[in-house]
Design a protein around this ligand. Structure first.
Ligand SMILES: Cc1cc2nc3c(=O)[nH]c(=O)nc-3n(C[C@H](O)[C@H](O)[C@H](O)COP(=O)(O)O)c2cc1C
Length: 222
């Protein structure tokens, strides 16, 4: 195989022309959460997205080494953006050592992305329990069966762990909330709304917390 065979597509020539309608300062909502709600509504209804609440969460460990993964946004409001995960996972260990985090919503079919930076803190146990009870029975068992991010001997080990849990907690029975599982709330420090435009002259409007409960909006060069 030669170098030329390695990539089946001509990636360098793959480019789309983005839409003409932009995002202007005058149409922005007063807060980034309200603006996010508007865009999320559009992404969820006519965005052509499979899972608009899928976001890339980037963390860094105590030495500053970054890592990213996709998780599902499960709630957002003026207090922040909430996702659920295993508290023993790599991302959770990173956040325990370094609470700084970035969230990225890749809404490519709409030529949009939203990038949030902020700090993450664990949700309270009551909030976690309330969400855990809304999950399907199988997902509740899955949260018990997996020691997320640790090496597992085989697929069979995982299936056996799940089968044992399913025998102990049959369908219809209340599954306790795993102590090693719960939510993180990301309190935003900045939120950038990116709208792709023609000729790569995209709109980038960024809200930054002013430290007194308000937001400053700045336009960034594309
Ligand atoms: C579409 C999608 C949604 C996901 N949602 C979650 C989620 O909500 N919570 C979670 O812990 N992992 C979720 N995952 C799995 C994570 O990407 C990741 O594999 C896992 O959390 C372990 O990450 P870590 O080892 O970096 O901590 C999702 C993966 C995909 C592709």
């Amino acid at each position: 195989m030669t170098d030329a065979d390695a990539v089946p597509f001509d990636l360098a020539s793959m480019r789309k022309q983005y839409r003409a309608e932009g995002l202007s300062e005058s149409e922005l909502a007063a807060t980034p959460v309200e603006q996010f709600a508007r865009w999320f509504q559009q992404a969820a209804t006519d965005g052509g997205l499979f899972e608009p609440n899928a976001m890339v969460v980037s963390t860094a460990d105590a030495e500053g080494r970054p890592s990213s993964r996709t998780v599902l946004l499960k709630h957002f409001d003026g207090r922040g953006f909430v996702f659920y995960t295993n508290y023993g996972s790599r991302k959770a260990r990173d956040l325990a050592a370094n609470p700084h985090v970035a969230l990225l919503f890749p809404w490519h079919p709409m030529a949009r992305q939203v990038i949030v930076t902020g700090t993450a803190a664990r949700t309270g146990r009551d909030e976690t329990a309330a969400y855990f009870r809304t999950r399907p029975h199988g997902s509740q068992l899955g949260a018990w069966a997996s020691t997320q991010s640790s090496v597992v001997g085989s697929r069979a080990d995982l299936d056996t762990a799940y089968a044992e849990l399913a025998a102990r907690h049959p369908e219809g029975e209340q599954v306790p909330v795993p102590p090693h599982w719960g939510g993180f709330r990301v309190v935003p420090e900045s939120v950038e709304f990116w709208q792709g435009r023609e000729n790569r002259l995209h709109d980038r409007l960024r809200y930054t917390a002013d430290g007194a409960g308000g937001w400053r909006v700045e336009r960034l060069s594309p």
